[in-house]
Write a protein that binds this ligand. Structure first.
Ligand code: UD1
Ligand code: CA
Length: 531
């Protein structure tokens, strides 16, 4: 299923679950306090994505790539960081996205993408950073955790502090990534980019993740010395490392054991691989907290969704956006819930739902479609092939089969007959149907809104209800039936139907005609009103 590129659950709306918590910058620039600046690099072209959408805006389980990175920053540092996002490619879209999800972050424009070092230089200038710690994060490493980010910074700060500290990991396939070149005594010597590496360097499996801590002052000084003498003719941030080492400054590496955290993404194949790894991590987290996930490989839970212990998630289920699933609820198989709340012990089977809420112990599906504004009360039921929109069902209310319930209220413990349609739209405006409590509406009803059915009222099957039905009344609105006796024998002689009818009434059977029965309709058929 295609994920939405925009972060808001519904068009034109910001879903609060997707807003990254990042309190206003409060840390004072006073002596003794180390100011923290976080720079997120999000200006790159992302050429290999072959996409109209800037790479960092591609969605992965509920957030964009850069949204994940900003969420991690928010989780790691809260308000104790001034955050600068460098934008360039697709600057307008990235800027408005950042404003939406991390309004406290500042945006710096890198009009021409001349490399990661150039991007950081622009960020430092625009934020007027002259001191303190500077954390730099690639915008395309969504699996980095707040824990690791804090650990990286702790290592950087240890003792008198390092000039630079980078996050590294040993990976099986380091293709395309910067390699960490170590000195004989194990210290960091430099980072060499894949395309600039010698064959010996290419054999190194320790890679640069694209997450760093720097001393701000030294970073600024050193960036000024970075050349563009490399295969791409760009200013590489990674060249700062060798320059610092050569000038005798302490440079450290924080090697994480979980290489997944360093997964970047340059094309859609890597994006899919990354999404699968993140899915596994999310699912593992929920299972460890007491959720049963029957088939983790086909269960996709956005990082923004929440599931309570003892919920059961059946195969091929997607929980997206701000969706919540309560304790003991059973969801799936083959179900997608978007921004939908499922209360405890409810059952939601083979269903697509968006912007809906399902009450405690309620039952939905199989094959139900709950649209925005659907609110099902405790133990309510929406059954097979039922579509609801802007509809409130009271406690124990039921719409079991084949119905469309839109712009409607169904009172508690009422039952709506099979094949019911609320006729809510007159071509210009929407109107409501209100059905009271303990009502019983017949099968195959049309409720032509605005219309009300009172408490305890009944309606007859096949009715088109255009007028209100008072409490306790039976509303009947259908043609009266008449039977035309002997019609088949007269108008369809020699057919199988005529024979069957004859047998039923003990008359003679015409064997020859039965095989060549005429089944065309004619005027008499219309007259009989048959269907
Ligand atoms: C970079 C590192 C590499 C590391 C890898 C990890 C450099 C030179 N190389 O390589 O050592 O192993 O990340 O994934 O830094 N960006 C800008 N402006 C630019 C160029 C890039 O903002 O002018 C941003 C991109 O949007 C991206 C990040 O910087 O978010 C990294 O750029 P990318 O081109 O993906 O670098 P890699 O070649 O992957
Ligand atoms: Ca990259």
């Amino acid at each position: 299923m295609a994920e939405r590129p925009a972060l808001s659950g519904r068009p034109g709306r910001i879903d609060p679950s997707r807003v990254v918590t990042m309190a206003p910058f409060t840390q004072a620039d006073t002596e003794g306090v180390r100011v923290r600046t976080v720079i997120v690099l999000a200006a790159g072209m992302g050429k290999r994505m072959k996409s109209d959408l800037p790479k960092v805006l591609h969605p992965v389980l509920g957030r964009t790539l850069v949204g994940h990175v900003l969420a991690t920053v928010g989780e790691a540092f809260g308000g104790d960081a001034r955050t600068v996002v460098v934008v360039g490619n697709g600057a307008e879209r990235v800027t408005s996205h950042v404003a939406e999800i991390a309004p406290e972050a500042v945006v710096a424009l890198q009009a021409e993408q001349r490399g990661t070092g150039h991007a950081v230089r622009i960020a430092l200038e625009s934020a007027k950073v002259t001191e303190g710690r500077v954390i730099v994060l690639n915008g395309d490493i969504p699996m980095l955790t707040a824990e690791t980010l804090r650990a990286l910074e702790r290592l950087h700060d240890e003792g008198d502090g390092a000039a630079a500290t980078m996050l590294t990991a040993e990976v099986d396939d380091p293709t395309g990534l910067g390699r960490i070149v170590r000195t004989v005594d194990g210290g960091v010597a430099k980072i060499v980019e894949h395309r600039d590496a010698t064959p010996e360097e290419l054999a190194i499996r320790e890679i640069n993740a694209g997450a760093y801590a720097f001393d701000g002052m030294l970073l600024q000084e050193t960036l000024a010395k970075v050349s563009t003498h490399n295969d791409q003719g760009e200013e590489y941030l990674t060249d700062v490392v060798a320059l610092l080492v050569d000038s005798g400054r302490p440079v450290r590496a924080y090697r994480t054991a979980d290489a997944d955290e360093t997964l970047g993404c340059n094309d859609r194949v890597e994006l899919a691989a990354l999404r699968a790894r993140l899915r596994d991590r999310v699912n593992e987290g929920w299972m460890r907290s007491g959720v049963s996930i029957i088939d983790p490989a086909t269960t996709w839970i956005d990082v923004t969704a929440r599931v309570e212990p003892d919920a059961v998630i059946e195969p091929n289920t997607h929980l997206r956006g701000s969706t919540t699933v309560g304790a003991g609820a059973v969801v799936g198989p083959d179900t997608s819930l978007i921004d939908t709340d499922v209360a405890a012990r409810a059952t939601v089977l083979r269903t697509h739902a968006q912007g809906a809420s399902v009450g405690e112990g309620a039952s939905v599906g199989p094959y139900a479609y709950l649209r925005p504004g659907t609110a099902l009360g405790t133990k309510a039921k929406v059954g097979t092939f039922v579509e609801t929109k802007n509809a409130q069902l009271g406690e124990g209310a039921k719409v079991p089969h084949l119905s469309y319930i839109g712009d409607a209220t169904v009172g508690e413990h009422s039952n709506v007959g099979a094949a019911t349609v609320t006729v809510n739209y007159d071509g210009v405006a929407k109107h409501r149907t209100v059905i009271g409590a303990h009502a019983r509406t017949g099968a195959d009803n049309m409720f032509v809104a605005p219309v009300e059915v009172g408490d305890g009222a009944y309606t007859a099957a096949g009715s088109v209800i255009t007028n209100d039905v008072p409490p306790g009344a039976l509303g009947v609105a259908r043609g009266k039936q008449r039977n035309i006796d002997g019609w088949v024998a007269r108008r369809r002689p020699g057919t199988a139907a005529a024979d069957a009818a004859a047998r039923a009434s003990g008359g003679p059977v015409d064997d020859e005609g039965a095989a060549s029965g005429d089944v065309r309709g004619d005027r008499a058929g219309e007259e009989a009103g048959g269907r």
